[in-house]
Design a protein around this ligand. Structure first.
Ligand SMILES: [Zn+2]
Length: 366
């Protein structure tokens, strides 16, 4: 499974799909679901949904990961042909200059460009340690006038992403663009494949969601339509095993899958997830029985769309499960394929345990 999962992750990382422009990723995933014999549908927002029917007396499950990625949007084309961009999502400004980007005009017509970094020879001492806010940055496509840029199909509103990239590092480590959250999309396909071999399981709705990096609410329309009892969200868990992250926890790359016990974001969004105790116990028991490590994370500062999905209907029993990842939102994120394999096994083990006796009653838990 490891090699297949790595290849699948690689393919998904190389497909551009800025928030609101997920079409290419969705078409790939739809094809992959077709190959697994799973019918799928796309809702009006763009979420791709496939249902694997199961035991009707068991709570239903929505398993989801987001297809979209963060990036930039063309804001203005200068007369010189240089491009100013607006940000879309949590773009790390200090990691933008000197990166190659892709302006997504259309399949086969995309235009390569770079985010300019001022010539070092002309950089004054006080500029050396200053991070430029994104409005001060510009993108150079090599096209020398606004007319040439427009003739290439670029206009205000054109999506821009990091040039898709996949790097094999030592051991099982990989790096590149949009491991967040294409690695989880690949994991979901493997979970779907594995569930086919499981005798009894609940009804599982696979949702590949849109707009997570934009407004965190794309998955909500899918949840409203499906009305699941349980929601399991698959995304990165912040790895803390580098010197700059050491005080934040003990989540390490290669240490196995992880679950979030607490997430919160107060700036504007004011949301977060404290997982349902039934879900915490479910994943702890599943990990123990499968002989898998299960790392634990509790952080302020990051959110997923699960924050909104948990609020649908009478409330959804929710948990964030994921793979440790380093360097989030940069053009070179990194994870360990072994953790992705562990995440597949963990998800299948947990889901198969959800039967008619699985209680979501709060009072059944301490
Ligand atoms: Zn994500």
């Amino acid at each position: 499974m490891k090699e297949r999962l790595k290849a699948l992750t690689r393919e998904l990382m190389l497909i551009p799909g800025l928030s609101g422009h997920e079409g290419r990723v969705r078409r790939y995933l739809k094809g992959a679901l077709d190959d697994l014999g799973l019918m799928s549908r796309t809702d009006r927002l763009g979420n791709l949904i496939a249902t694997i029917p199961g035991a009707e007396d068991a709570p239903s499950v929505m398993l989801f990961a987001h297809m979209d990625q963060l990036g930039l949007i063309v804001r203005k084309i200068e007369a010189s042909g240089l491009i100013r961009a607006e940000r879309l999502g949590g773009v790390p400004e200090k990691a933008l200059p000197a990166h190659e980007v892709l302006l997504c005009v259309g399949e086969g017509r995309d235009v390569r460009g770079l985010i300019a970094n001022k010539s070092h020879h002309a950089t004054a001492q006080d500029e050396k340690y200053r991070v430029l806010p994104y409005p001060e940055l510009f993108i150079d496509t090599g096209l020398g006038s606004a007319a040439d840029v427009i003739a290439a199909g670029i206009n205000v509103g054109t999506p821009i992403v990091y040039a898709p990239n996949f790097v094999e590092l030592g051991g099982d480590r990989i790096a590149g663009t949009s491991i967040d959250d294409r690695a989880a999309c690949a994991v979901m396909l493997e979970v779907a494949r594995a569930l086919d071999e499981v005798d009894t399981h609940p009804t599982v709705h696979l949702v590949f969601s849109v707009l997570e990096e934009f407004n965190l609410r794309g998955a909500v329309t899918a949840a409203q339509a499906l009305n699941p009892d349980v929601a399991i969200q698959l995304d990165l868990i912040l790895a803390t095993d580098t010197p700059d992250m050491a005080a934040r926890g003990d989540v390490r790359l290669g240490g196995g899958p992880a679950m979030s016990l607490y997430s919160f974001h107060g700036r504007g969004t004011l949301n977060g997830v404290i997982p349902h105790p039934a879900m915490v116990k479910l994943f702890e028991d599943a990990a123990q029985d499968a002989g898998l490590p299960l790392q634990r994370s509790a952080h302020v500062g990051a959110l997923t769309d699960l924050s909104y999905v948990q609020l649908v209907g009478d409330g959804v029993a929710a948990i964030d499960i994921g793979f440790p990842m380093r360097y989030s939102h940069s053009a070179l994120e990194s994870c360990d394929v072994g953790d992705l394999v562990g995440l597949v096994t963990l998800c299948v083990e947990a889901i198969r345990r959800i039967d008619a006796n699985f209680s979501l009653d709060r009072d059944d838990y301490p």
